[in-house]
Design a protein around this ligand. Sequence first.
Ligand code: ADP
Ligand code: MG
Length: 250
Amino acid sequence: MSGHRPFLEVSGITVRFGGLVAVNNLSFEVQRGSIHALIGPNGAGKSTTFNCISRYYQPTEGRIVVDGEDVTHHAPTRMAGMGIARTFQNLELFGELSVYENVLLGCHSHSANTLGRLLRRPSGEIRDLVDSLIERVGLMHDRDTRAKELDFGHQKLLEIARALALKPRLLLLDEPAAGLRNRDIENLDRLLTELSEKDGITVLLVEHVMQLVMSISDRITVMSFGQKIAEGTPKEISENPTVIEAYLGK
Ligand code: ADP
Ligand code: MG
């Protein structure tokens, strides 16, 4: 499917945890190759929305369509094969393994090898891919450092490199700039812009660092209490009175 169809279509999803409605009839579309941000106060339902798209949570209502395919009932394990990669708000890395090994494991979904064999004897092609990704996120000087020894910001960059190892078409990033220093944020800005413009990867990110959101996003969806309260370009969002009151003005 191509043409003008959005790459990701979230239609009327609702997620309940007991009596709590974490996401309430949420709809938005993400255009192919664009950078789309999901913002809003803590508890707004952003991570829950991510968990639905990556299939960790089942929405009680609604539909999720990726590149024309309804994935609402797909098992999470099918998502990698569809080219959907994600990072987590709270990191999920292998702390005892090196930067290199963590990225290498990210190649598993498109490698014919078992995990053990992939770690012991990766092909030259895979090794080159892993090194190019480590270079790309700026971690080459820490290539052989154990993940748990990196500071938090660099662990986040490592998570992105590992997600890229999957050769994704859709990259879901949950607060990638949290804990990053200014210089790392500038690098992240450049990296994400390049992934979208040069590699044509569609990026959906949850982020609180407004400097980054406003700089890189093509469109922004704003959530509060599980609902969409606004959507638009960075300029429209930064001037929207409802958004300023619910979120930006604080
Ligand atoms: P955000 O990422 O926007 O900060 P979340 O999606 O993490 O918000 O959470 C939305 C709401 O859902 C919050 O009230 C949170 O406490 C609740 N919530 C999230 N995950 C669960 C869960 N697994 N069980 C129960 N409540 C949850
Ligand atoms: Mg969250």
